[in-house]
Design a protein around this ligand. Structure first.
Ligand SMILES: [Ca+2]
Length: 361
């Protein structure tokens, strides 16, 4: 602390006279020096076990005043629209952020994919929804997600980051309703795709893209700087019961800690059944990679690429492609992550989850 104050004085950020009132317990002036505006975020999600770990990480950053969570837009994917809405509301309620608005999923086209209840439980939350406090947000009167996206992006153009961790139906619907609206996001960060590795729903496709490939293509066509965080990196992100125990140990009896431990246990069970982690007892926190990218960007390596989506193929529906041949290529539309620093990713993930859980009831 004293060293930091001395440096601040040396750099002309503090006058020497201002240091006299600073103590170990009164460091607000110094904190202000390093404070930045909270990042405004809308989270588009289909919870979903791994969605919930991304969600909780984000809520820790809200608690740390690093994020202004403008809204949640629930999307259909892992489970139905009604369930993704209810799950989003219950997670907000559990973590003490029930004031954040939740939009309900846009209806899907008839050729969309099947859900993933076999992985995430019938309710999408490891069948734990009954153990959580009910929410007072109502699905039938909630704002549709595409309208909510359009309203918030028009109200604050260039300042809101969209994190999309489910099928891209809501974002594509907003773009169809008001062409150019996705350009008004500060940045769009997508968990989806599989490039140099096998898929997780078909041999070549990742679930989010496969579920609604036309929507994905609409989003990739909407701007030239989509951030894509594919299975190539998320397959390395194995969260274990040991890690869950470590992040909850300061307050193991709280409702939030119990939820984290039990959801982890459930997800490990289905992950082992479907052999996603080479027999390692853990589960893949795919969606949490988006938070790692935004707040701990040193843990990911990205490259420019033109991402294309197969929307028609019988066997290759939802496949994502980048051309790595040594030839001149048409303009890139995305930044794609193919490498992740796993130990440092989980160091940050664990410390932020601890911060959220510590002190909850
Ligand atoms: Ca998801």
């Amino acid at each position: 602390m004293e060293a930091a104050i001395a440096t601040a004085v040396q750099n002309g950020q503090l006058k020497p006279s201002e240091t006299s009132e600073m103590t170990e317990t009164s460091n607000s002036k110094l904190e202000m020096l390093y404070m930045t505006e909270p990042t405004k975020i809308i989270l588009d999600t289909d919870p979903g076990g791994d969605d919930i770990f991304a969600f909780l990480w984000l809520l820790s950053l809200v608690k740390q005043k690093l994020v202004d969570l403008v809204a949640i837009t629930a999307t259909e994917g892992n489970v139905t629209a009604r369930k993704t809405f209810a799950n989003s509301c219950q997670v907000l309620q559990l973590a003490g952020f029930s004031n954040i608005p939740v939009g309900r999923a846009v209806s899907l086209p008839s050729d969309s994919g099947e859900g993933a209840e076999h992985i995430h439980g019938e309710d999408g939350m490891g069948n734990l929804s009954q153990t959580l406090p009910p929410s007072d947000q109502d699905f039938d009167t909630a704002q549709p997600a595409d309208d909510l996206l359009i309203e918030r992006l028009n109200a604050d153009p260039g300042n809101i980051t969209l994190i999309a961790i489910g099928p891209l139906t809501n974002l594509a619907a907003a773009e169809a309703k008001q062409p150019g609206i996705l350009q008004k996001a500060k940045e769009i960060v997508v968990m989806g795709g599989a490039f140099q590795c096998r898929g997780n729903i078909t041999p070549v496709a990742e679930f989010n893209i496969w579920f609604n490939p036309k929507a994905a293509q609409t989003v990739f066509d909407s701007r030239d700087d989509i951030v894509v965080l594919p299975l190539d990196v998320t397959r390395q992100l194995v969260f274990t019961p040991t890690m869950a125990g470590a992040v909850t140990q300061q307050n193991p009896s709280s409702q939030l800690a119990q939820f984290v431990v039990k959801l982890c246990q459930f997800m490990v069970g289905t992950t082992l059944k479907y052999r996603e982690t080479a027999g390692v007892p853990g589960f893949l926190v795919h969606d949490a990679v988006t938070i790692g990218y935004l707040f701990y960007s040193e843990t990911l390596m990205l490259r420019r690429a033109k991402v294309q989506v197969e929307a028609l193929g019988d066997c290759t529906r939802g496949q994502t492609l980048i051309d790595e041949r040594h030839k001149a290529k048409p303009a890139a539309n995305a930044w794609v992550a193919l490498q992740v620093d796993v130990p440092n990713f989980f160091t940050n993930f664990a410390e932020d989850l601890k911060y959220l859980i510590h002190g909850t009831v």
